[in-house]
Design a protein around this ligand. Structure first.
Ligand code: FMN
Length: 215
């Protein structure tokens, strides 16, 4: 037997906090799909560095180009506004041990804040675009803005597509390719899996990749 969930909000779904389903679709907590967590870095209009913790994304291309598709960037974020002014950005991949420091950049989010200082990050400059880079990242992607689209049309979020111009990989991770999986590697967000039977809310989890099979 399967439980069927449609576009109409399931009346038995309880939010984990009052505004949960103002911010997120109930399909998000129905599926609870793990997605890689990373930080988008840009320059604010006053020249201070900006950090945006981000999870909704995928990465792919063909032989001519490679893209970072950030499926859902809130339009109210500084990052979205920065991209309208300067169409380039960096994506910074850090391990689980940086979760709290990345969260600190959300708590210190005003225009006047240096968000690298807030997170205790080392500021470096990207090599091919005008954007700051988090020195502690094991992988950085430098991107130019290729396209953006408000998928729902509600003026709340936007799908932002970056064309990857350059990647920088920390040497220890280049020498040991398995280092980017497990505790030192990619961190994943498991978005609050709902109890689909009782409707009770779930908590979000932070996960790591655990390779089970090679092909
Ligand atoms: C685990 C986690 C994942 C997040 N993922 C996203 C995301 O995918 N898209 C988004 O717009 N905001 C996301 N956020 C919220 C932003 O990080 C937050 O709004 C941030 O303050 C925006 O920064 P900015 O205004 O400096 O750009 C996430 C927050 C957390 C804690």
């Amino acid at each position: 037997m399967k439980l069927e969930i449609g576009r109409e909000f399931p009346s038995h779904f309880q939010p984990a906090y009052p505004e949960e389903f103002e911010l997120f679709s109930h399909f998000e907590t129905t599926a609870g799909i793990p997605q890689v967590l990373f930080a988008i870095t840009t320059w604010k209009e006053n020249g201070k560095p900006n950090v945006c913790f981000h999870s909704w994304a995928c990465f792919h291309g063909d032989k001519t180009a490679f893209f970072a598709v950030m499926g859902n960037l809130y339009q109210h974020t500084h990052t979205y506004q920065n991209l309208q002014r300067e169409p380039c950005f960096c994506l910074n991949f850090l391990p689980l041990s940086y979760y709290d420091r990345l969260s600190d950049t959300i708590r210190h989010n005003s225009l006047e804040e240096d968000e690298f200082l807030a997170g205790g990050f080392t500021l470096e400059n990207a090599k091919t675009v005008s954007a700051p880079v988090i020195g502690e990242s094991f992988l950085t992607m430098e991107c130019t803005l290729k396209q953006q689209m408000d998928l729902s049309g509600a003026g709340i979020t936007a799908m932002v597509i970056g064309q990857v111009e350059h990647m920088s990989v920390e040497e220890a991770y280049a020498r040991d390719r398995l280092k980017q999986y497990g505790r030192d590697g990619y961190m994943l967000l498991v978005p609050a899996p709902q109890d689909l039977v009782s409707g009770k809310p779930g908590q979000s989890g932070i996960a790591i990749a655990d390779i089970q099979k090679w092909d």
